[in-house]
Unconditional design. Structure first.
Length: 219
């Protein structure tokens, strides 16, 4: 199946979404993986392996390259595309995967809506964020906050972040048609603001964060 969606972000960047209908063998036949990549995927089984492969295939298609570049991990475990100055981020949840790439810090998260997120809300939500929730949209709103913090965590890329202490999402009203808000990551000498975009796709919530250094628009 081709891209479910493929957007060019202005002034520069790309966002891709793929609905995974294919099996593991399909993606393995499409990816000529280097030895370093094979070492990363060797222990993955079942749907986790399929999702991992699908995200790398989506990244390759978005790159527009004839010859595929390896997708590796840096010293902190953050993925990067070999021979590219673009920052990248990937996310997968069951049959959906999303990839974002841009010449600034970025992060993406896609999650299937599940009620059990209520059980962990206290671990990632600040008091002022909780107060912005409304009964009729509570589940979706919680997933946006979670997705935003996951995306900011990925954009930071150095691990060891506490979702309540180091990651801030400016409280906002949830918009059924999708919207945006702002976020910030503060830890030690790192202090950056991000523009956050979100929307619902079927039973999934997509969120991506983009370092705030100018206007972001879908072209």
């Amino acid at each position: 199946m081709p891209f479910l969606e493929h957007h060019f972000l202005s002034p520069e960047g790309e966002l891709g979404i793929w609905k995974i209908d294919e099996d593991t063998a399909f993606f393995e036949s499409k990816l000529d993986m280097q030895e370093k990549e094979q070492q990363l995927v060797v222990e993955l089984k079942g749907h986790r392996r399929t999702e991992w492969l699908a995200s790398r295939f989506l990244l390759h298609l978005m790159s527009g390259r004839d010859e595929r570049a390896a997708c590796l991990k840096d010293e902190f475990g953050k993925p990067y595309l070999e021979d590219s100055f673009y920052h990248i981020s990937m996310s997968h949840s069951r049959e959906m995967t999303a990839v974002i790439a841009a010449p600034r810090l970025v992060g993406v998260d896609i999650q299937k809506l599940v009620g059990k997120i209520e059980n962990i809300a206290h671990k990632f939500m600040r008091d002022e964020e909780l107060q912005s929730l409304k009964t009729e949209s509570r589940l979706e709103h919680l997933h946006v906050y979670w997705g935003a913090k996951e995306a900011l965590y990925k954009a930071y890329g150095r691990k060891s972040l506490d979702f309540r202490t180091h990651i801030f999402v400016e409280p906002f009203d949830y918009d059924l048609s999708g919207g945006q808000c702002s976020g910030r990551v503060v830890k030690d000498d790192f202090d950056k603001k991000f523009e956050i975009h979100y929307r619902r796709i079927d039973d999934f919530i997509l969120v991506y964060a983009w370092e705030d250094i100018g206007d972001v628009r879908i072209a």
